[in-house]
Design a protein around this ligand. Structure first.
Ligand SMILES: [Zn+2]
Length: 432
């Protein structure tokens, strides 16, 4: 049996992202073949019994289409097993090569014996290549430790340092601290994350309870992780190695552009960008129109973003009502429903006079559209590329980390659940 890969406990992704980025952009031949594969799937879908499909002719056309295409750049095998360098650069994938571990030193004579390793990289057969770190409980070396080893009493749990910082932000958010998005984006991602307030022993117990073969037993969201004995770098899944903590000026510009578009005189009420169809003509009697306002507010406030958007799609009454809701309402929903979208928070905080954006003063324009756009644009999915890829990966990791927060907070001492973070103002309590 050969070696195997193990994956980040927090995002489920590889520790070797950089080496999967292709050396050259996709060849025309590769793109042609992908197009023909899609065409073939469409043909089969339209004729499931294959009665009218001329397979021979289809294959001949596919081959003929390659005659004048560039066949030089890469072999088909290389292209199939790499991420497209025109979608993600090696430089943008370097963060994923860093590894840090949480472990337990059973030889340490005190009760608190969990330790956080220095940053290193992965190795074969479950080993890690990293120094044990500066915690007093750290062992002399990690030579006898293995990641996720089911036969060991104290396996290591590896993760990307950036994912660990996201876990800290997730825990802080759930404790009631509000993320100061602008300082996080403007400053150094690592320095701006509150450190030292994690109970490593408790966190280790949470990891241990969720241990699986090469990852944790939690949902890592969409797309499905390409786990096998080794990581499978499938084209279209560049999202998995997109940096979740890097400020992307193109994303900031795109947010600004969308804001202007929504508030331009040409913008209509029908939110075509949200995928919400116009049901006004089909729905003769909207049952929500008969609900008391107080009850509607309770329902709406309890809904997750996806459900809220679905309800807006189903009910013109709700849609009209929410399109007239104030700036401060939607700003709050951004903070509570899309807490990981630091770029939008920073953008909204930078608007000079929020009161002037009360939607009631802007007939035909709606912040609900902006919310729906933000939600859909950052939804992790196959084929995603462009400036929001890293933010979508951050959202995916945030939602994975969120599954650990409940078990973690349930195990920490009550007085630690709402500890103020004595930092440089990265987080502050809502109550302060
Ligand atoms: Zn990770």
């Amino acid at each position: 049996m050969g070696s195997w890969d193990y994956y980040c406990a927090l995002c489920g992704s590889t520790f070797q992202g950089e080496r999967f980025v292709s050396r050259k952009p996709r060849t025309a031949r590769y793109l042609w073949r992908k197009q023909r594969e899609a065409d073939f799937d469409a043909l089969v879908a339209a004729d499931p019994l294959n009665g009218r499909i001329d397979f021979r002719r289809f294959n001949e056309e596919t081959a003929a289409g390659e005659d004048n295409l560039d066949n030089e750049s890469l072999s088909s095998q290389d292209e199939d097993d790499t991420y497209d360098c025109s979608i993600i650069s090696k430089e943008d994938a370097t963060w994923s090569n860093n590894l840090q571990c949480l472990g337990v030193n059973s030889d340490y004579p005190f009760r608190s014996n969990a330790f956080l390793s220095d940053i290193g990289c992965d190795d074969e057969f479950g080993a890690v290549s990293a120094e044990p770190g500066s915690d007093s409980s750290a062992p002399d070396d990690l030579d006898d430790y293995k990641a996720y080893d089911q036969n060991e009493n104290y396996p290591l749990f590896p993760f990307h340092p950036k994912c660990f910082q996201l876990l800290q932000q997730t825990v802080a958010f759930q404790r009631g601290f509000q993320i100061k998005a602008k300082s996080l984006l403007d400053g150094d991602w690592e320095l701006n994350v509150p450190g030292g307030d994690f109970d490593k022993d408790v966190l280790y117990r949470v990891f241990r309870n969720l241990q699986s073969d090469a990852q944790l037993d939690i949902s890592y969201g969409e797309p499905e992780l390409p786990h096998d004995q080794y990581w499978l770098a499938n084209p279209g899944e560049e999202l998995f190695i997109a940096d979740p903590g890097k400020r992307n000026p193109h994303a900031m510009n795109a947010i600004d552009d969308m804001w202007r578009e929504i508030h331009s005189p040409k913008s209509g009420l029908e939110p075509d960008i949200t995928g919400i169809c116009n049901l006004n003509l089909k729905l003769m009697d909207d049952p929500f129109a008969h609900f008391p306002l107080e009850l509607l507010l309770i329902i709406i406030s309890a809904l997750q973003p996806r459900s809220l958007l679905n309800l807006m799609q189903a009910s013109p009454h709700i849609r009209r009502g929410l399109s007239r809701t104030s700036f401060s309402y939607w700003k709050r929903r951004f903070e509570t429903d899309l807490p990981w979208f630091y770029e939008v928070h920073s953008f909204l905080q930078g608007i000079p006079s929020p009161a002037s954006f009360d939607a009631r003063e802007l007939p035909g324009k709606s912040l609900s559209h902006f919310f729906a756009w933000a939600y859909h644009t950052t939804t992790p999915r196959w084929g995603l590329h462009g400036p929001f890829m890293g933010i979508a990966n951050r959202r995916r990791i945030w939602e994975a980390c969120n599954q650990l927060v409940g078990p973690y907070l349930a195990l920490v001492k009550p007085e630690d659940r709402n500890t103020e973070v004595e930092e440089d103002g990265q987080f502050h309590s809502d109550k302060s």
